[in-house]
Design a binder for this molecule. Structure first.
Ligand code: BTN
Length: 268
């Protein structure tokens, strides 16, 4: 798998640094964990970790990420150059746009993005992204961006609890898709959007909003970092990528790392 992603990227000639170093596993515990370990061992910017399956795939809020064969499990190590500081709050939006564009390019399907970075097709989840950063003071030393994209799973491959809420590119197109093409497009688009995080480019949010699902007027249940729960209504994106919500008393709050549950059923 490693050789083919590296070769594909070289042949396509669109990415300069992302994917120059690719490590590939048949089974990993979590590609994010591997990439975090490699980052601490000085692996270069743009290193990619791929796995066919994961035994301990992680989602946001330490949720399990179902990682059976057929999915793409890919983590990318990003290191800001010493003279530059990226906007870390914009990175989840930038990574979501990259993933959505990669899916469009590889499969022709047009996913929507649910804040902060769920990818939806026909209101079912086709992918998720886990960004994990390591800081020296205010400055991010490195970031690992982990993508879980459901590419070639059949409906019955998903655990029972996910069968009505998850989908894959194969289910939606009716034919098997090329996982390495999705991975290559992902690396190329992430390289493009990562550069935009240094300029805090408004293009990131513009591209996000073009593909947004539920960023305005949706009822949400929120759990904050202290475990306190409240309901609110979404009110659009803040300039730094946070989700603005209106509280029942009319105040506006911006959410970043809170757990947000959209109350409209995913199948409605
Ligand atoms: C989410 O929707 O909660 C994010 C899911 C992210 C899953 C990917 S799969 C590759 C990488 N390795 C992990 O352990 N998690 C991410």
């Amino acid at each position: 798998m490693a050789a083919s992603l590296g070769r594909l990227l070289r042949d396509r000639g669109k990415a300069s640094q992302l994917g120059a170093c690719v490590l590939s596993y048949q089974e990993a515990d979590s590609t994010n964990d591997l990439a975090l370990t490699l980052a601490r061992q000085d692996a270069p910017h743009g290193a990619v970790v791929l796995a066919d399956t994961q035994s301990a795939g992680r989602g946001r809020w330490k949720r399990e990420w179902s990682s059976l064969e057929g999915g793409l499990y890919m983590s990318v190590l990003l290191r800001p150059p010493p003279e530059k500081k990226p906007s870390i709050t914009l990175l989840p939006a930038a990574a979501s746009v990259a993933a959505a564009e990669a899916i469009v390019e590889a499969s022709g399907l047009k996913p929507l993005i649910r804040w902060p970075n769920d990818l939806l097709l026909e209101r079912r989840k086709v992918g998720g992204i886990l960004c994990e950063a390591s800081f020296s003071g205010e400055r991010p030393d490195f970031v690992v961006v982990g993508f879980g994209i459901n590419v070639n799973q059949a409906r019955e491959d998903f655990p029972e609890g996910l069968q009505t809420v998850a989908t894959s590119l194969k289910i939606e197109t009716g034919r098997a898709q090329d996982r390495m093409l999705v991975a290559a497009c992902l690396a190329e688009r992430l390289e493009f959007w990562w550069e935009r995080c240094f300029e805090k480019s408004p293009d990131i949010l513009r591209a996000w909003e073009e593909r947004a699902w539920g960023e305005a007027g949706m009822r949400v249940r929120v759990q904050d970092k202290e475990g306190k729960e409240f309901e609110a209504t979404t009110f659009g994106l803040a300039e730094d990528g946070g989700l603005k919500v209106r509280l029942p008393d009319g105040r506006i709050q911006t959410l970043y790392s809170e757990d947000v549950h959209f109350l409209r059923g995913i199948d409605e």
